[in-house]
Design a protein around this ligand. Structure first.
Ligand code: AMP
Ligand code: TRP
Length: 339
């Protein structure tokens, strides 16, 4: 029954084009979870402000990401835009008072991103929002009382902080009000850059280090053709990182199981031809992404309809957030409108 399903919450920052690492590492998992869980997924534009960003591009990026997510299989009614639900920011403030300052300064992501932020801004600027980022993330999660949070392993520290805040809150108000959420990791290992398989596929490394899910067919084929397979420094008897990455990508596409098994047999017998391996990957990716591209073109034909749906879903999801914030304000001694 619908109301007995466990709940899942996850969010993604609107930071530009979706690549195969994002898709196989996060989005595909979101799509699959919709079958068995009550899912809520957010586009976190408040979070996107914590680093230097382009004001003119932010809104377009939000809508582009929503279109991409829906094209790859996320249900529009499960999606919300964070800044349409200001209760996230309100709960974040309350949680600030249940979170120790020292804990925030110890977050790995803060340490990494503050260096990056300093480098990107002209005046060595690091915002207080960047320090507070994980508290807003805790509000995103706890406001919907989520049981599970699908995220990459790099987010485990933030999940731990979320549980700390929930626990401190529960102890302070003397009630087991918040459930303690757990992270959920997908089986797909990190997807590597095909141009340099020693590093993960990522936008920040530059054009050739990621394959865009919505790239033209010809570009996908070209990027696969030029994938690095073996640089010659692999230990005898072990698979090179490049070849392993291609095998993983074929497997992740889930549409070439027979070819995958045959290629693996060839590898084990020492008869693998890299050109065959790449051909199968190119076909698998083209088939998978052509479906997404068709769906995205359809959605782009009727942008207004999609925007309307997302505004509706954000409003419906906001009701849950409002209820939580009302209860929280009661519990911590703040004023509610009705008194
Ligand atoms: P980012 O674009 O780095 O903010 O990542 C958004 C989501 O995609 C996060 O959940 C990441 O864990 C996931 N992700 C990004 N790059 C990769 C990759 N190369 N392999 C697997 N997952 C990834
Ligand atoms: N910090 C997450 C990331 O960088 C994004 C995020 C914000 C998030 N709020 C969240 C993820 C709540 C899960 C739940 O990927």
């Amino acid at each position: 029954m619908e109301n007995q399903k466990k709940s899942v919450l996850s969010c993604i920052q609107p930071t530009g084009a979706m690549h195969l690492g994002n898709y196989f590492g996060a989005v595909k998992n979101w799509v699959d979870l919709q079958k068995d869980y009550q899912c809520i997924y957010g586009i976190v534009d408040y979070h996107a402000m914590t680093m230097p960003y382009d004001i003119k591009k932010l809104r377009t990026r939000v809508w582009d990401l929503i279109t991409d997510l829906v094209a790859t299989g996320v249900e529009p009614e499960n999606l919300f835009i964070q800044s349409l639900i200001p209760e996230h920011a309100e709960l974040c403030w309350i949680f600030n008072c249940f979170c120790s300052y020292g804990n925030l300064t110890r977050m790995t992501q803060f340490k990494d991103k503050s260096n990056d932020s300093q480098a990107k801004s002209k005046d060595n600027f690091i915002s207080a929002g960047l320090l507070d980022y994980p508290v807003l993330q805790s509000a995103d999660i706890l406001i919907y009382k989520a049981d599970f949070v699908p995220v990459g392993k790099d987010q485990d520290q933030h999940l731990e902080l979320t549980r700390n805040i929930a626990q401190r809150f529960n102890t302070t108000v003397g009630k087991e009000y918040f459930v303690l959420p757990k992270s959920l990791h997908s089986d797909t290992p990190k997807i590597k850059s095909t141009a340099d398989p020693s590093r993960k596929m990522s936008k920040s490394a530059g054009e050739k280090h990621f394959i865009n899910v919505f790239a033209e067919e010809a570009r996908i084929r070209k990027q696969v053709r030029s994938a690095v397979t073996d640089t010659g420094d692999t230990k005898a008897g072990t698979m090179s990182e490049g070849v392993e990455n291609i095998f993983q990508l074929i497997q992740a596409c889930e549409n070439r199981p027979t070819e995958y098994a045959e290629l693996m047999k060839d590898y084990e017998n020492g008869e693998l031809k890299y050109s065959d391996l790449k051909d199968v990957l190119a076909e698998a990716l083209v088939e998978l992404t052509n479906g997404f591209k068709l769906k995205r073109a359809e959605l782009n034909e009727n942008k207004r309809e999609l925007k309307y749906k997302i505004k509706q879903s954000s409003e419906a999801i906001r009701k849950v957030a409002q209820e939580t914030v009302k209860e929280v304000k009661d519990l911590v001694g703040l004023m509610n409108v009705k008194f």
